[in-house]
Structures are given as structure tokens and as C-alpha cells.
Design a binder for this molecule. Structure first.
Ligand code: PRP
Length: 184
């Protein structure tokens, strides 16, 4: 596929993200105030920057673990199959868990991960997503905490990629293709 030239328009600044994380971290601390240890689970790869900023704001005893998924479209059922590429290193049975997502789009990824982790019987599990695109939802799932609700824009930065690029941007940007001025 030929590469379409694009530029990136800043949508959410690094400062806005940091301020929102500070607020969310306080709410998470309240929710898990009586936790012995909170297992913070990042969904690779998109959440790697968000989880690293979030855990540093949490004044709680934490453990960090990661899970990596990959999703494939299924043409016959127009659904998506989510596969686990890398599972957690630790056990979560009877433990408090916070699942950290970068973005909830159709919801297939988060829904699959939640079901899988629930089957391991954690004591309490909550989810947080930096971005939420409710207009794209295909399965009934909502994250317990959301950083920002956004319209159906093609976003990059702060961990989120476009063809594996732009994850390192310190802000959330919107892709605008130069050939039509639109975002998709
Ligand atoms: C992206 C994103 C979320 C998921 C959201 O991951 O990081 O995990 O898609 O989409 P959904 O709600 O429609 O399931 P991707 O599979 O692109 O992998 P990445 O995190 O490695 O970029």
C-alpha cells in the first residue's frame, strides 16, 4: 500500500494528560485504599507510557505486570478474535487488579482481557483507559475510569501508534491525511 502523507495535529497536550493522571490516581488510591498490594496490568504495547506515568502517581503498594493481545477481524461473523501473545507473569487469584488500557475503541480487546482475568478470580478488578471512543463501540463494555472521551479521530502519541510510528510523542495527536484533509 502506498504511504499517504499525513501531519499530526495536537489534540491533548502533555500537560493536560499529566493533570488528568494526577486526578485519576487520587481516585484509584481511594478505591484501593485497603489493598495489600495492587497489581497494575498494562496492555501492551499501547499502554506502556500511560502505565509508567500512572504508577508513579499512585501512592499505593503496587506490582506491575503486562499482557499483550492481538486482534484479528473475522469476516464471517464481523467480529474480532482477540489472542493473547504474552500472558501475565504473576498470579492474580484473590488479588486486587487494575487493568490499564491506552484506548477503548470497539471494546473487543478490553472485553476479552476482562473475561480472561475474571476467570482467574481476582478479589477486585477495575479498569482504566486513557482514551475512550464510545462512538466506535461494538461490544457492551465501559472502563471504570477514563482519561478523555474523544470523537472518532485517528489518534497517535503517548504510546499509541500509526503503523508502529509516533508512539513516542509526548502528547495525543490526531492524524490528518494531506490528500483529503480528513482524519481517515
Ligand atoms: C489497540 C489499542 C487497544 C486496542 C483497542 O491495540 O492499544 O489495546 O487496540 O481497540 P479495541 O477496543 O477496538 O479492541 P493494538 O491491537 O493496535 O496493539 P498495540 O497496543 O500494540 O498498538
Amino acid at each position: 500500500m502506498p504511504e499517504r502523507p499525513y501531519f499530526i495535529e495536537q489534540l491533548i497536550t502533555a500537560k493536560e494528560i499529566a493533570a488528568r493522571i494526577e486526578t485519576l490516581a487520587k481516585e484509584i488510591e481511594t478505591e484501593f485504599y485497603n489493598s495489600e498490594k495492587l497489581v497494575v496490568v498494562g496492555l501492551l504495547r499501547g499502554s506502556f507510557i500511560f502505565i509508567s506515568d500512572l504508577v508513579r502517581e499512585l501512592d499505593l503498594c503496587t506490582e506491575v505486570d503486562f499482557i499483550e493481545t492481538s486482534s484479528y477481524g473475522n469476516n464471517t461473523t464481523s467480529s474480532r478474535e482477540v489472542r493473547i501473545l504474552k500472558d501475565l507473569r504473576g498470579e492474580i487469584e484473590g488479588r486486587d487488579v487494575l487493568v490499564v488500557e491506552d484506548i477503548v475503541d470497539t471494546g473487543y480487546t478490553l472485553s476479552h482481557v476482562i473475561k480472561l482475568l475474571e476467570s482467574r478470580r481476582p478479589r477486585k478488578m477495575r479498569t482504566i483507559a486513557l482514551l475512550d471512543k464510545p462512538s466506535r463501540r461494538a461490544v457492551k463494555i465501559n472502563s471504570d475510569w477514563i482519561g478523555f472521551e474523544i470523537p472518532d479521530n485517528f489518534v497517535v502519541g503517548y504510546g499509541i501508534d500509526f503503523a508502529q510510528e509516533n508512539r513516542n510523542l509526548p502528547y495525543i495527536g490526531k492524524i490528518r491525511f494531506a490528500d483529503n484533509g480528513e482524519n481517515n
